[in-house]
Design a protein around this ligand. Structure first.
Ligand code: IMP
Length: 429
């Protein structure tokens, strides 16, 4: 029995959804532990693309999918997603999906504040997904949040809503110059959600403890990426939760000894959506080539992703922060057709070469990438299924990533389909 955490090593969008969907075959439970519907997990099964935002990617494999206490959940989005997946014939009944009673609820005013703040910030905006994630976590930290368990108790819900709403409306109207939220309408709407969500709610920590006692395998699915972590990322251009592997324990209610392995998902190049520093970013034809060939548009907001070379300064930051035991390299096929490839192995910071990730955005902003150049490959590798059949330059690229990171490559993805994968070592088998 092994329990595995999957995390993104860059700024999200590494292709975690596909790898989780694939590895879920050997898991019993797939568990989200942080974030909310700012995430977008893309899976392609038999040519059909399915994107989930809240329901863990294991749902297509028929595994028990868990929404942990560490999430902020928009009930409307979750129910819409359950309906959408159900129309596709996916079993989304209570018991197949379980939701922590302790998860925080995203309220309409969270979304209104999120978008209102971004508007007010103008060019200094963070570029959030506008889903109310930050304002919901803010209320959690100030102990004014509404949890799932409160949502299903009308009296408690009404009391909490009435206590917080004047404050939120005052802020919306008088600081952000936005419309206010209507308490009665929220009450009606959310009571409808409560009715439907009630059968899904449970104490997730107890469910997972029982599962481990029964020697079932847990797969924890991280959302976003390590450099969007609220503590370790490029603050303030980050999301509002801890995205690193350690949070799998807090966000699902398991102890640290429950985790046996941590696989970091590494896109073969780097992308970022939203604002914030990105040292290895490309502003030339190669960046456009990668963006187009990789179809680099956000799964949640449809925004064009910024593209750049692979950066092992950030990869090694992720290796250390997450305790990575293996790597999954995704979208390797996208790099095909380029004469040369570069890997950013260090930063030139005002004449000083550094290989650790600076905390200060001012220092980071002044860093220039130090590149190593490798030969590219012209072959289309998307139909290759065996490591030994990969062109020599592809194998060299992978070997160099292993050398620079000190972590073995376990999985190689050469296309969006489940079958377009080379598994060298599966931590769950
Ligand atoms: P928020 O999570 O909506 O508050 O957005 C904060 C930052 O995280 C913005 O730069 C977003 O673009 C980024 N972000 C949030 N979720 C994701 C994701 O799933 N993939 C990539 N970027 C994300």
């Amino acid at each position: 029995m092994a329990n595995l955490v999957i995390v993104g090593t860059q700024w999200g969008d590494e292709g975690k959804g596909k790898i989780v969907d694939l590895l879920a075959e050997d898991a019993d439970f797939v568990i989200r532990f942080q974030g909310g519907n700012n995430a977008g997990h893309t899976m392609v099964v038999e040519g059909e693309q399915i994107i989930s935002h809240l329901v863990p990617s294991g749902i297509l494999q028929g595994k028990t999918c868990v929404i942990g206490n560490g999430l902020v959940v928009d009930p409307a989005v979750l129910l819409e997603e359950i309906d959408y997946l159900s129309t596709k014939g996916v079993d989304c009944h209570p018991g197949k999906i379980v939701i922590s009673e302790r998860a925080q609820v995203i309220m309409p005013y969270h979304k209104m504040i999120d978008t209102g703040r971004e508007k007010l910030k103008g060019k200094n905006k963070i570029g959030t997904t506008g889903r109310g994630i930050g304002p919901a976590y803010e209320d959690k930290a100030t102990r004014r949040g509404i949890r799932m368990v409160d949502l299903i108790d009308r009296e408690v819900f009404e009391e909490k809503l009435n206590a917080i709403l004047p404050d939120k409306n005052n802020y919306l109207a008088n600081f952000l110059n936005e419309e206010t939220a209507d308490g009665d309408a929220i009450l009606d709407l959310y009571q409808g959600y409560a009715q439907r969500l009630k059968p899904y709610l449970t104490d997730v920590s107890v469910v997972l403890a029982n599962a481990m006692r029964a020697r079932q395998q847990l797969l924890f699915e991280g959302a976003q990426g390590t450099h969007l972590d609220i503590d370790h990322g490029t603050y303030p251009f980050v999301t509002s939760s801890n995205t690193v592997s350690g949070n799998a324990c807090c966000g699902a209610g398991v102890g640290p000894k429950a985790i046996d392995a941590v696989v970091g998902i590494v896109k073969a190049y780097t992308t970022r959506v939203g604002a914030g520093p990105f040292t290895a970013e490309l502003f030339d034809d190669i960046g456009d080539y990668i963006q187009e060939k990789g179809a680099e548009f956000g799964a949640t907001t449809g925004r064009r992703r910024r593209c750049g070379w692979l950066d092992t300064v950030i990869l090694n930051n992720s290796v250390r922060l997450n305790g990575l035991t293996g790597l999954a390299i995704t979208k390797l096929d996208v790099l095909g057709g380029l004469k040369e490839l570069k890997i950013c192995t260090a930063y030139d910071c005002q004449g000083k070469t550094i290989d650790t990730f600076p905390s200060s955005l001012k220092v980071l902003g002044a860093c220039q990438p130090v590149y190593e150049t490798l030969p590219g490959w012209q072959e289309d590798i998307s139909a290759i299924r065996r490591f030994d059949d990969l062109p020599a330059n592809v194998r060299n690229y992978l070997k160099r990533v292993e050398e620079l990171s000190g972590v073995p490559v376990m999985i190689i993805s050469v296309g969006p389909g489940r079958e377009q994968t080379i598994v060298l070592d599966n931590p769950l088998t």
